[in-house]
Design a protein around this ligand. Structure first.
Ligand code: NAP
Length: 251
């Protein structure tokens, strides 16, 4: 069966590394991006240079119309979507007494509502109930969902907690319809999202001291775990949360 993988937020970080490795493993890959046009094209070029097939598609995963269009365009270009990775996500740093409604709405629109709408589009295509042939989905959550995140990350942690709860419920709804759905929970990983803060040596040392393995993760360490969850090797696993976090937090 031809494997067609759509990755939201696939131009950078964990999404981009997942795209590159998926391309090398024979998936046809659709890489969604919001603003990173040249980075998305570079990921496509990397995949094609190794003989793979990939396309880059713009779209804001906080907008329903963009999400619907993204799924339609992916199918037109590559065929039926068999796999989905929801990696698009934003962080938000604010204490609760600094919250404002616009910040929260923006955060939840991408991290929660957009991800859920992507899962809706996937379910309508993959589910045997709708004439589909099944599929596998990985939602990129975060270890922040487990303990409420580090100080200043409560809103972000809440958004990822929602991802985990949704993943469990969605997985059970579609388990008998051929679709597996799991959450990947990275700990602190060096990507565009975190690199500015990790350049501060004091912050990095503080973070690394709190991780049992005493180091932050690399994108490929998350990408390989995502690809395993997508693969048939994980054929009896659905509704699971997989922590890739160097042991979590030492508290
Ligand atoms: N790095 C970590 O330590 C860590 C830890 C736990 C979980 N995560 C999660 O891992 C996922 C990937 O993050 P990353 O670390 O790889 O950081 P990243 O490089 O910043 O990747 C996030 C990607 O999502 C895209 N994106 C954000 N909002 C979008 C939207 N509305 N529509 C389409 N694309 C959107 C970003 O593109 P634009 O810049 O163009 O918006 C960016 O390319 C996120 O869900 C993040 O919450 C990361």
């Amino acid at each position: 069966m031809t494997k067609v993988l759509l990755i939201t937020g696939g131009a950078s970080g964990i999404g981009a590394e997942t795209a590159r490795r998926a391309g090398a493993r024979g998936y046809k890959v659709a890489i969604n991006y919001r603003s990173r046009d040249s980075q998305a094209r570079a990921v496509v070029a990397d995949i094609e240079a190794k003989g793979g097939r990939a396309i880059a598609l713009p779209g804001d995963m906080a907008r329903e119309a963009d999400i619907v269009r993204l799924f339609e365009e992916t199918e037109r270009a590559l065929g039926p979507i068999t796999h989905l990775v929801n990696s698009a996500g934003i962080s938000a740093r604010a204490r609760v007494d600094e919250y404002d409604a616009a910040m929260l709405a923006n955060l939840l629109a991408t991290n929660v509502t957009g991800l859920m709408l992507c899962c809706r589009e996937a379910a309508r295509r993959m589910s045997t109930r709708h004439g589909g042939k099944g599929g596998a989905i990985v939602n990129v959550s975060s270890m922040a969902a487990t303990l409420g995140g580090r100080p200043g990350s409560s809103a972000y942690a809440a958004s990822k907690g929602a991802v985990d709860a949704f993943t469990k419920g969605f997985a059970r709804e579609v388990a008998a319809e051929g679709i597996r759905v799991n959450s990947m929970r990275p700990g602190m990983v060096l990507t565009e999202m975190t690199e500015a803060r990790l350049k501060e040596q004091a912050f990095r040392s503080h973070i690394e001291t709190s991780i049992p393995m005493r180091r932050v993760g690399q994108s490929h360490e998350i990408a390989d775990a995502i690809l395993w969850l997508l693969s048939d090797e994980a054929s009896f696993i659905t509704g699971a949360m997989l922590d890739a976090a160097g042991g979590g937090y030492t508290i």
